[in-house]
Design a protein around this ligand. Structure first.
Ligand code: LLP
Length: 386
């Protein structure tokens, strides 16, 4: 199974736009469900920060996944897509009062709390409403991940989470607060992680922390290990479904659970990354003195990952099958970082050709901006186009 592009249909749509192949998405979701079903107590919450397109969300909701939000706006968006409030986990290092109120009013499953001041504010707001907030503590496990420095989150130097040494003290404090029900621990070590050893390291760390809790007579119900499973950016057509089997089996093998505990996952990129592509049109082919530029109508405003993280999205020419030539693929924005890729091979490219940038379903459309007064790209699914 690989992404299918209907170039004839695409040629009537204003570019640039995002295209989502729902066959790939549904197959990905089916694999996730089949793999998690092997274990009694595994629950996946889709991390909506990766892609909040309503049409994509509806497909994910149909598959029955829970959801991970990091803002009030995301909570509103997932409720609009039909997700039940009691499957929402709400993380974020700086939740505003209105966002906490929204979470409480809607009756979300759990707040992932990152500091004591936040815990106290949640307790106070819940108290005013006569409600009890269910919380997990996000613990910073000080586990590094083999990924880009900007997307590791689990090191002591990062802004996220509560220090391990404070864990027991804070749990005891939480237990004294009337409008807080403490349920468990939350972790997240980073994104685009392909080495299962990183998840083994997290599991080992959680095991150590659970041993400490046992010694103190503290018990927890929920272990949320966050997200982070990576995708194959080099070969998206050959390898469209991430290795969920290995991922869940790794946790099953290494994470030691106590009776009655459930494990929660917050997967974003691995759910939606490979089903999406940015479709853009070639405005000009410019012969520079030393290289050839394919100047496309998408820019860093539509897909910022190359400019921000030096990310590479495999790029193909959908309109040409002529012999390959070497191009720098660049956008029209007035920034020298508005470069998608340098020195890449593309089938001989001319003005008007349609280009697809693959593996763009995650952190693509959602990170688009209106810089240069550009229109935000629209996202279409294969369900509506084909
Ligand atoms: N849970 C938490 C607490 C997170 O911070 C994140 C992602 C996730 C779950 C989902 O991680 P995933 O399964 O997608 O790896 N914009 C960057 C990625 C930022 C990820 C931020 N946190 C990119 O384009 O690569």
């Amino acid at each position: 199974m690989a992404l299918t592009f209907n170039v004839e249909k695409f040629s009537n749509i204003r570019t640039p736009f995002y295209f989502y192949d729902t066959n790939i998405l549904r197959e990905t979701l089916a694999v996730i469900n089949a793999e998690t079903k092997k274990y009694d107590n595994y629950f996946v919450h889709y991390a909506v920060k990766a892609n909040a397109n309503l049409k994509v969300l509806k497909v994910i909701n149909e598959a029955g996944l829970g959801i991970d939000c990091v803002s009030g706006g995301e909570i509103e968006q997932v409720l609009a897509a039909g997700f039940p409030a009691d499957k929402i986990v709400f993380a974020g290092v700086g939740k505003s009062d209105w966002e906490i109120e929204l979470g409480l009013d809607k009756g979300i499953f759990c707040f992932n709390v990152e500091s004591i001041p936040e815990l106290e504010v949640i307790n106070e707001i819940a108290g005013k409403k006569g409600k009890v907030a269910t919380v997990c503590f996000r613990i910073n496990p000080n586990v590094g991940a083999h990924t880009h420095a900007n997307i590791t989150t689990g090191l002591a130097e990062n802004k996220f989470g509560i220090a391990m040494e404070d864990m027991e003290k804070f749990i005891l404090l939480a237990k004294t607060l009337k409008n807080i029900q403490f349920k468990g621990l939350h972790f997240h070590i980073g994104s685009q992680i392909l080495e299962m050893d990183d998840f083994v390291a997290l599991s080992n760390r959680i095991n150590e922390l659970q041993d400490k809790l046992d010694e103190s007579g503290l018990s927890i119900e929920i272990i949320n290990v966050g997200g982070g499973l990576g995708i194959d950016y080099d070969d998206p057509m050959g390898n469209p479904i991430p290795n969920f089997a290995d991922y869940f089996a790794t946790y099953n093998k290494y994470l030691k659970l106590r009776p009655g505990q459930s494990v929660h996952f917050e997967l974003g990129r691995s759910v939606v990354g490979q089903c999406g592509a940015l479709i853009t049109k070639v405005n000009y082919v410019k012969e520079g003195s030393v290289k050839k530029f394919a100047i496309v109508d998408a820019g860093m405003t539509d897909l910022i990952r190359p400019a921000l993280y030096d990310a590479h999205h495999k790029t193909i020419n959908l309109s040409s099958s002529e012999a390959e030539e070497t191009y720098d693929v660049v956008g029209p924005i007035c920034e020298s970082s508005d470069v998608f890729d340098k020195g890449i091979k593309l089938a001989k490219t001319k003005r008007g050709d349609l280009i697809a940038m693959l593996s763009a379903g995650a952190y693509g459309e959602i990170m688009a901006s209106g810089y240069n007064c550009r229109k935000l790209p629209v996202g279409y699914t294969s369900d509506e186009l084909y």
